[in-house]
Design a protein around this ligand. Structure first.
Ligand code: ADP
Ligand code: MG
Length: 349
């Protein structure tokens, strides 16, 4: 038996197995990067359900030429520096894995023009072909911001490619990812194009009213019209958002969105806490819909639980659970449906 160190390409491909499950996972990682870069406008272009092309264009801070190659390397990040930074994460990314992983299973071009640098008109592209870890740097004329293009996903990992589903299915997953990210970042505008056609346009929302409209557009006006708005805090915990009134139940987990400090999560503690508040109010087998934002000190929540960062761990899960159950319960009792469906009709497209 001989022990050998994995080549960087193979190590990256193994890591990619954890975060890059399908085209929508690439979209999620790229959107998180754009948001971390302070983007206000993000365009997503996908061809063939993302299997052929995923392009994310943002107007964020960009990356300087000298850093482009490093950005594609594994364990390279601008978001944390030392162990203590892990105690409180303020960005969506921090693992320094996404671009390295994606570029190991697809043909990736990372183009950027940094707002910080003084490079005249030109931006730069780092081109990685997914065959090895070599990167080619070329000038590219572009506005400030970053463009990431991911072509031929899984072209060099046939085992993964086999699991790609029909174009439509992959597209629907991408749309769902964009919905989650857009709900998490109301101040950012999103445009989605599929096979060259605009399929979704989500303008930025600044006021509470605009946010409400956005929830109607993204989730559904039907949800919004039968929902109760809540906004409560106790000490350092705040919960706000929209919950379906007890008359408006559903039989699937659709339209259940929870965000913790701006991150979309699927968390058992949180879902359980919400369900418990509805317990005696819904017929058996029926579940609520909700868009809820939990805000708390980043030190009280660990997001470094799973590579996809969908899961979180609270340092005091019981307190968070009880706060949520209590807050949702109180608002359900008061039963104030604040929106009249007729007022929303004009919002409907
Ligand atoms: P992470 O997000 O965990 O830091 P990534 O592999 O996703 O790791 O990205 C690596 C680095 O590349 C980031 O830390 C950031 O500095 C830079 N980067 C990636 N995407 C963008 C973007 N859209 N705009 C600006 N910088 C970016
Ligand atoms: Mg990232």
């Amino acid at each position: 038996m001989q022990i050998k160190k994995l080549s960087p390409l193979l190590a990256n491909q193994i890591a990619a197995g954890e975060v890059v499950e399908r085209p929508s996972s690439v979209v999620k990682e790229l959107l998180e990067n754009s948001i971390d870069a302070g983007a206000k406008r993000i365009q997503i272009d996908v061809d063939r359900g993302g299997a052929r092309l995923i392009r994310v264009t943002d107007d964020g801070n960009g990356i300087e030429r000298s850093q482009l190659e490093l950005a594609l390397e594994r364990h390279a990040t601008s978001k944390i520096e030392e162990t203590k930074d892990l105690k409180a994460i303020y960005t969506l990314g921090f693992r320094g894995e996404a671009l390295a992983s994606i570029s190991s299973v697809a043909k990736l071009t990372l183009s950027s023009k940094s707002t910080a640098s003084d490079e005249g008109d030109s931006g730069w592209s780092a081109i990685a072909q997914g065959q090895d870890t070599a990167v080619d740097i070329q000038p590219r004329s572009m506005p400030n911001g970053t463009i990431v293009e991911v072509r031929d996903l899984f072209f060099n990992t046939p085992a993964r490619q086999k699991f790609l589903r029909a174009e439509r299915t992959e597209y629907v997953h991408i749309e769902e990812t964009i919905k989650r990210v857009a709900l998490a970042s109301p101040e950012v505008a999103f445009t989605l194009k599929h096979n060259g056609k605009v399929t979704k346009r989500i303008p930025a929302a600044h006021s509470k009213e605009q946010q409400q409209q956005r929830v109607g557009t993204i989730v559904s006006n039907n949800f919004l019209s039968g929902s109760i708005f809540l906004d409560s805090d106790i000490e350092d915990l705040r919960l706000w958002g929209w919950i379906s009134s007890p008359e408006r139940h559903q039989n699937s987990n659709l339209s259940q969105y929870v965000f913790v400090n701006g991150r979309a999560v699927r968390d058992r503690t949180l879902n359980h806490a919400i369900r418990q508040a509805y317990e005696d109010l819904l017929p058996t087998g029926r579940v609520p819909a909700y868009v809820l934002y939990l805000e708390l000190d980043p030190e009280l929540v660990d997001v470094n639980v799973h590579p996809t960062k969908h899961e979180v761990r609270f340092s005091d899960a019981r307190r968070v659970h009880d706060f949520i159950t209590k807050t949702v319960s109180e608002h359900l009792q008061s039963q104030e449906e604040i929106y009249d469906a007729s007022e929303l009709r004009q919002v409907e497209e």
